[in-house]
Write a protein that binds this ligand. Sequence first.
Ligand code: GLN
Length: 211
Amino acid sequence: MSAAYRASSARPRIGVLALQGDVREHVHALDAADADAVPIRRAAELDDIDGIIIPGGESTTMSRLLGVFDLFEPLQEALADGLPAYGSCAGMILLATTILDTRPDARHLDALDVTVRRNAFGRQVESFETDLEFAGITDIDDADPMRAVFIRAPWVESVSPDVEVLARVPSGPAAGRIVAVRQGDVLATSFHPEVTGDRRVHEYFVTMVRR
Ligand code: GLN
């Protein structure tokens, strides 16, 4: 069955890159958001999905494992060909074009035209939670703000003009920092909606994939 055909059906098939990181949490969140989650470890598995999630974890380790598993180039090509993608935290780092404060040998997938600073909140506070507004989700029908969990998170330091800013840190020392973005079919958050039980970001991504 072609990916395009499946994308129009009720439950899209969405891959979760399963080399390292919080794969299981994304699989559960996708299931709750009405999609079929497929762990991805080999290049051939990319042919059979309608979208992909790159989970949180450790971006330089994931970058190295993408090479070890011969997945780096196939994934980069699939993204360049328009495979919808969502990256949380380390996944955001991997999707970006420019990374600050990473290892010199770390590679990234160049699918999202932003500059990301790795471990950006570390100098102030390593891990924290806050409620924030998320464009397209919390601004519709008086919806509740979103609880966002940050774990050694990156922030987006700057975006190109065709990148939409969806969320910023509302207050505190990092107030105004960009923590969720979208460029076409690529979505990224600095935080981890997969750990809170709030499925709205996954539902948002599933809707992106269906279109
Ligand atoms: N600090 C991690 C990195 O650099 C990301 C943390 C996370 O995904 N929770 O990859």
